[in-house]
Each structure stands twice: as structure tokens, then as C-alpha cells.
Design a protein around this ligand. Sequence first.
Ligand code: HEM
Length: 190
Amino acid sequence: MLDRRFSACSGVTELETSPFAMLESFAAWLGRTPLSNYVASQAWVVPTVQTVHILAITVVIAAALVLSLRVLGVVERGQSIGALATRFARPSIVAIALLALTGLLMIAGEPTRAIFRYVFWWKMALITLAISLTSGLLAGLKSQGIWDDPRTPVPPLYRALAVGLLLIWLAIIVAGRWIGYAQGWPGSPA
Ligand code: HEM
């Protein structure tokens, strides 16, 4: 394993090149920033940030639920999938941006808490997967001519993808809650 150390200019004094060591250096640096001190010292910040995180979750999950149920033909059958997806696109993008921002603020407030737990990285991987699969699903529906016409039946592959997406979002919520109860990985400062 590489164990090279070097000075960095942005306040990180020692940085090793193994990913775990780099994360430790990053957490140590983050914990010394004014932002981290502010989030940790002001009693109103964390509950407010958590509230926004939860509100943004409701927007993303509502959009995912309606889209998946529409693909499965359970709700909004009179509306095209394209019209629904367009309606939910902007709120979903704003909500995901808010989730990232509030998530990062929570990490800043307690840098050793989430980032040294495997479940946090599972959550990040699942979020990336959910966003990629949603883009793939929508692109696939467009290419099959199912986008604009509410009467065109949705092929089984896309229906299966819609069910899979719901399960992935569910797993993301479980992972989010689990962060608070998981142990840090062996040897980590968590
Ligand atoms: C996009 C980047 C995201 C980041 C960086 C992030 C980060 C975090 C962090 C640091 C926590 C606090 C965990 C703790 O200390 O106990 C948290 C909680 C949580 N997150 Fe996220 N998150 C993100 C997106 C999402 C998404 C997309 C969802 C679900 C749709 C989600 C669901 C949750 C849930 C359910 C909790 C627990 C809330 C609570 O118990 O108060 N997060 N997240």
C-alpha cells in the first residue's frame, strides 16, 4: 500500500494516498473548518438541516413512486409518461440538490460520523444507481415510442425496472436511517 505523504495547500497538512487515510485526513481537516464549528455549535442548525433533508426525501420518493406506478399502469393511466416525467423533473432535481447540500452539512457538523460507516457509502452507491437507472428507464421509454402516447403498453423489462427502482429507493431510505446505528469500520476514528 502506498504511504506517501505530502503537504497540500488547502489546509490539509498531511495526506496519505490510501483512500481510507485520505478520508481520515479529510475528516480531520473538515472538523477544523469554521463551517463545521458553526454547524456543531448552533443548536438550531442540525434539526433544521435534518428537516429539510426529510422534506426533500418526500419530494424524491413521491416522484419515484408516481413514475414507477405509472410505468406499471397503476395510476395516471390517462397521462403520458413523458408528461408526468416532465412535471416531476424540476422538483426532483431541486430536491436531490437539497439532499446533497443538507447531507454535506450534516457531515460537516460531525465529520467522523457518516463517512467512516460502510452503510453511508452503500447509500451513495445506491443513489448513483437509482439516478442512472431512472435516466436509462426514461431514455428507453422515449426510444420505444412510449413517451407521448398513454395508450402504448409498457414492455415487461421496463415494468421490472420500475419495481427495481422502487426497491432501490426503499433501500436508500433504510441506509439513511441505518447510518446513525452503524459502527465505524475497524480502525476508523468513528
Ligand atoms: C445526495 C446526497 C446525500 C447525502 C450526502 C446524504 C447524507 C446524509 C447524512 C449525513 C445523514 C445523517 C445520518 C446520521 O448521521 O444519522 C442522512 C440521513 C438520512 N438520509 Fe441522506 N443523504 C443524501 C441523500 C439522500 C437521499 C436521496 C435519501 C432518500 C431518498 C436520503 C435518506 C436519508 C434518510 C431517511 C436519513 C435519516 C434521517 C433521520 O433519521 O433523521 N438521503 N443523509
